[in-house]
Design a protein around this ligand. Structure first.
Ligand code: XMP
Length: 323
């Protein structure tokens, strides 16, 4: 019979058999899949696992702390946090084009992660032979079903390492659907904030700022996003709403009035959507009073924002994200 308990027991045994006495690395993204995969492997091989979290500075408020504190507290995992915020900001400076931003973020992410892998290899030596990935069943079906290996090339000039390092993949979620992964995460004692997290794009807030990404704009968007999330949760809408991107139109300003002064600030867009699988979506007809609360709070509490607008476009024709 299928129970989360059985799934955990079975996977723990399989992981132990696969990894043996060697060591493994797992990249954490802040998302559900990588967290549950890491927690499973941690349960199986304990200190033979090292987790890596790249802090690219594009996460929402509190998410990096969730990984650094809550994930570690729940699992006891070894965690290497790489603070790459400056690096990402520098790479993104002056760039407004959405595809260009995505390429830069993806490229920098791989470089920073590979550098971290190499450092771990230098510390722990050739014992590191496995890379953990949170591949789910739908990903397996989509990509044709093969298991594989991952190559990293040591083009970073660190010396003393073979030119080409091959990791064998550990993919303990390959038979699971998303809702099952959440249940397994719960069984493993991960906090709800991680296990029930709504989808969030890898490039993070970098693709929710229409215009150039800067530290100030990220901080501003983080505040607005935190307010929206707080109010949606307080209103009990987390289940009904698939996700609600909060977008900063950084290149747009409009005139407003606040207190006895004229303002010239930026609009924030709320994009609440209802969906089954993100392939299609409809804008969520959410209660006006919740929208009003979010709007009032954002314009009162976030400096330089004087307008909140609601995106009422379905997908298609609009995508869920703005970039
Ligand atoms: P769109 O904007 O294409 O988004 O309607 C569909 C779903 O995918 C998420 N998304 C991403 N997820 N990396 C991800 O891991 C990405 O680059 C990315 N871009 C979009 C989006 O949040 C939505 O759930």
């Amino acid at each position: 019979t299928w129970t989360t308990h059985n799934v955990v027991e079975e996977q723990v045994a399989l992981i132990r058999e696969q990894v043996g006495t060697k060591r493994a690395i797992c990249g954490l993204s802040g998302g559900v899949d990588s967290a549950v995969a890491a927690a499973l492997v941690q349960k199986a091989i304990g200190s033979q696992l090292t987790c890596v979290y790249v802090d690219h500075g594009l996460m929402r408020k509190g998410e990096t702390e969730q990984v650094e504190k809550d994930f570690v507290a729940a699992t006891g995992a070894n965690l290497k946090v790489v603070d790459a915020q400056e690096r990402f900001l520098n790479a993104l400076a002056g760039v407004s084009d959405p595809e260009e931003k995505r390429k830069i973020i993806g490229r920098e992410f791989i470089r920073v992660f590979e550098q971290a892998q190499l450092e771990i290899l230098q510390e722990d030596g050739p014992e590191v032979a496995f890379l953990v990935q949170g591949t789910l069943y739908p990903d397996v079906v989509e990509s044709g079903g093969g298991t594989g290996t991952a190559n990293i090339k040591s083009h970073h000039n660190v010396g003393g390492l073979p030119d080409d390092i091959e990791f064998e993949l550990v993919e303990p979620l390959r038979k699971l659907f998303k809702d099952e992964v959440r249940m397994v995460g719960q069984e493993l004692g991960l906090p709800d904030e991680i296990v029930q997290r709504q989808p969030f794009p890898g490039p993070g807030l970098g693709i929710r700022i229409v215009g150039e990404v800067t530290k100030e704009r990220l901080d501003l968007l983080r505040e607005a996003d935190a307010i929206a999330r707080e109010e949606l949760t307080a209103a009990g809408l987390d289940r009904e709403i698939w996700q609600c991107p909060v977008v900063l139109l950084a290149d747009v300003r409009s005139v407003g009035v606040q207190g006895d002064g004229r303002t010239y600030g930026h609009p924030i867009v709320l994009r609440p959507v209802s969906s089954e699988d993100a392939m299609t979506a409809d804008w969520t007809r959410m209660p006006y009073d919740v929208l009003a609360k979010i709007s009032t709070r954002i314009t009162n509490e976030v400096a330089d924002v004087n307008r909140v607008v609601l995106d009422v476009t379905s997908k298609p024709p609009g995508t869920i994200e703005w970039e």
